[in-house]
Ligand binder design. Structure first.
Ligand code: FAD
Length: 526
């Protein structure tokens, strides 16, 4: 069968859901296809026994407070989505093992952040002042860039935001060095790198600073219910706005005509639309499109890009309360001060994050219990080496045990004797459930030539399909909850503006046609 609509959105992850919502709100006819039986993509949860586990979300950045909303709250307010967020004001505890190691906690809020850094590193006062100035300047430069829709006046940028320009595309570690931070302070400030999956020696400083600023401003945003509650809210909004949400509907092909994307295939059915938005990663789109429909430039970009890190995730339902565990919400553990790229290129990277949800959402699990979430960034090529379907189960259990034991030793807690439920996800899980190539959790790696700065400014780093727009963690702004919600809105706005232009052109053509035929009729009458 053949069907027609205004816009098709492929994939109901964060990006696809907000894109479909924005399009439907503007009055367009939209069909959203999702291969799963549930909306949300990785923004989901699952139940084991008495526990509902969060599948992915540790923390949402730039949520802000009700009085001083950040980007995420503003977005939800705009689309009428009421999410109950809690702001966690202990940013993190970070434990570095070894002789140079430390165990410190850093707080949110500008003053508290500076104060907690000074308590750990009394000599870093001057450098902290410079850093706070740079965070401000980064925010102002980005706000100016947004105001100018990504086409800022170069002279204004040079005159007003020179410190941003000088530091922006440099690696984070270099910039912190240039601000005069000693080893320990630098190591603490770089803690969040594992959230982005790119070591501080390769990560664009301004990308990191944007994240750091968001967290320092109002802490980490954690929804009282799991991230799936947000996905459900967005899906419900889509229904209300008249979007046709089709679950259990895997897109199996993209239809092209004269180099333009004109629709998609779902099973035996063909759906045609004026525009298509893809929440699925360009590598998968290329596979579904067929090599003959991909431009040479796009092939080069596909070949050059590197997938981002994946994760080993260990979800634990504990028969101990958060007080008995004595853990804050987020603890980063690492075996050295500066884990570089080679640190990840091992089977078992000695870095991981431990989240105890009940430290923020007290009643997230039944009384006397708690939920632990251990996340290890891994590169599948190294982590999965030698793993076969036959030994996968054994490998997964061994890997989980290894990190649980390290966690017990390093944090001084008894985990093994108190596990009521356990579930383990590996890159295979992400590849299987979300069709993520190599199990990438973050789309493409944001580093060096493909860093955030390059993606923002350089068209070479973007795909050039006609009538196909991308949104999601693989896009120009990178991964993360906040940015993927926004990426959907941006994709929808682009499509709406193109369709409006098209409508205008059609209107003008019709008016010209009417005028010409009117004149002709008059002439004939005379
Ligand atoms: C373990 C983990 C922890 C994370 N922690 C955080 C965190 O603490 N903070 C943060 O900000 N970010 C975090 N992230 C990143 C964040 O979750 C992602 O960047 C974001 O959710 C990705 O959204 P997306 O729009 O790219 O869609 P995705 O979630 O990738 O969804 C894509 C959707 O497309 C569907 N699909 C695929 N192929 C097809 C097809 N052929 N037809 C139809 N549908 C299809 C999939 O089923 C899926 O629903 C984490 C990610 C992971 C995996």
């Amino acid at each position: 069968m053949k069907y027609e609509t205004d816009v098709i959105v492929v994939g109901a992850g964060n990006g696809g859901l907000t894109a479909a919502n924005e399009l439907a709100r503007s009055g367009l006819k939209v069909i959203l296809f999702e291969k799963h039986n549930l909306p949300g993509g990785v923004a989901t949860s699952f139940v084991r026994g008495r526990f509902e586990f969060e599948a992915s979300l540790h923390e949402l950045c730039d949520v802000g407070t009700e009085e001083n909303p950040g980007v995420v709250r503003k977005l939800f307010d705009k689309i009428g989505l009421d999410v109950d967020f809690i702001n966690e004001m202990t940013l993190f505890r970070t434990v570095v093992k070894g002789v140079e190691g430390y165990d410190v906690s850093i707080k949110a809020g500008r003053e508290e952040f500076e104060r907690s850094m000074l308590e750990c590193c009394p000599e870093c006062g001057k450098s902290m002042k410079k850093l706070m100035k740079l965070l401000n300047s980064t925010q102002e430069a980005l706000a100016y860039n947004d105001k100018k829709h990504g086409k800022p006046n170069k002279l204004v940028m040079l005159m007003r935001y020179s410190s941003f320009l000088i530091s922006a595309s440099h690696p984070l570690d270099d910039v912190l060095l240039s601000l005069g931070f000693e080893d320990k302070a630098r190591s603490i400030l770089e803690t969040y790198w594992s959230y982005l999956g790119v070591p501080a020696t390769d990560l664009n400083a301004f990308h990191y600073f944007e994240m750091l600023r968001g967290y320092v401003k109002a802490g980490a945003g954690v929804p009282r219910l799991r991230s799936y509650s947000i996905s459900l809210g967005l899906a419900e909004n889509n229904f209300k706005n008249g979007c046709d949400v089709r679950l259990n509907s895997e897109v199996t092909g993209f239809i092209f005509e004269d180099g333009k994307v004109i629709g998609v295939r779902v099973g035996d059915d063909e759906y045609y639309a004026k525009e298509v938005i893809s929440n699925i990663i360009p590598h998968n789109v290329a596979n579904l499109a067929g090599s003959e429909n991909i431009k040479e430039k796009d092939k080069k970009l596909l070949n050059a890009r590197k997938f981002g890190v994946s994760f080993l995730c260990i979800y634990l339902g504990m028969d101990l309360s958060v007080e008995e565990l004595g853990l804050p919400y987020t603890t980063f553990v690492s075996s050295c001060l500066f884990p570089g790229e080679s640190f990840l290129k091992t089977k078992y990277p000695e870095i991981y994050i431990v989240n105890c949800l009940n430290a923020v959402v007290e009643d997230a699990t039944p009384s006397g219990t708690s939920s632990l979430f251990i996340t290890v960034p891994v590169i599948p090529e190294y982590f999965m080496e030698g793993v076969t379907p036959e030994n996968y189960r054994e490998f997964k259990n061994e890997a989980a045990l290894r990190y649980i034991k390290d966690c017990e030793e390093t944090l001084g807690i008894n985990v093994l004797d108190h596990i009521e439920e356990i579930s383990v996800a590996t890159p295979v899980t992400f590849a299987r459930y979300f069709a993520a190539p190599d199990g990438t959790a973050y789309g493409y790696e944001l580093s060096r030539w493909d860093g955030l700065m390059a993606r923002m400014l350089d068209k070479i780093n973007r795909f050039s399909y006609d009538r196909l727009t991308f949104c999601g963690g693989h896009g120009a702004s990178g991964d993360g909850y906040g940015v993927t919600y926004l990426s959907g809105i941006e994709a929808a706005e682009k499509v709406i503006s193109r369709l409006k232009k098209q409508e205008l052109i059609e209107d003008i053509k019709q008016t010209v046609k009417n005028t010409v035929s009117g004149k002709r009729r008059k002439k004939e009458e005379n």
